[in-house]
Design a binder for this molecule. Structure first.
Ligand SMILES: [Zn+2]
Ligand SMILES: [Zn+2]
Length: 138
């Protein structure tokens, strides 16, 4: 079972299956949301995502571009992201770092850095993953 939680453990969830897209996002909104250099989200189909506890603790913020970011309103942990693309595809992006256990962690490979045009100046990308200035398509 793939299980994740927030910092205070009030929110707990499980995911049956991951989609192949796992990207490191260097956009400024991910930086602010995570309080970190970049985010790493894994895409999950909504029907593969299940709440174990704490759904009522989830708060969300909708930014100007209509993307929605959700977090625990007790501990502030950054957990979920959805864009219009996700809504159309019935998927959600889940913070990979929020997982406590993943059955096959070797099977989860970030494939790209995206939005490198806004990469923090104090971070160096030292791996061989594809780099995209904005979205994967660009
Ligand atoms: Zn929490
Ligand atoms: Zn981002």
């Amino acid at each position: 079972m793939n299980t994740g939680s927030c910092l205070c453990k009030g929110i707990r969830f499980k995911v049956n299956k991951f989609e192949p897209l796992v990207g490191h996002c260097h956009c400024t909104m991910c930086q602010k949301f995570h309080g970190a250099a970049f985010s790493t989200f894994v895409e999950v189909k909504l029907h593969q995502f299940h709440w174990l506890s704490g759904k009522e603790l989830l708060s969300s913020y909708t930014s100007e571009n209509k993307t929605v970011r959700s977090f625990c309103n007790v501990c502030g942990a950054s957990l979920f992201f959805e864009s219009e693309y996700n809504r159309n595809d019935k998927t959600i992006e889940v913070s990979l770092a929020a997982f406590d256990h993943v059955d096959n962690i070797e099977g989860i490979k970030p494939d790209a850095h995206i939005f490198t045009e806004s990469k923090a100046s104090w971070v160096e990308i030292n791996d061989d993953l594809a780099k995209h200035k904005t979205y994967r398509s660009e």
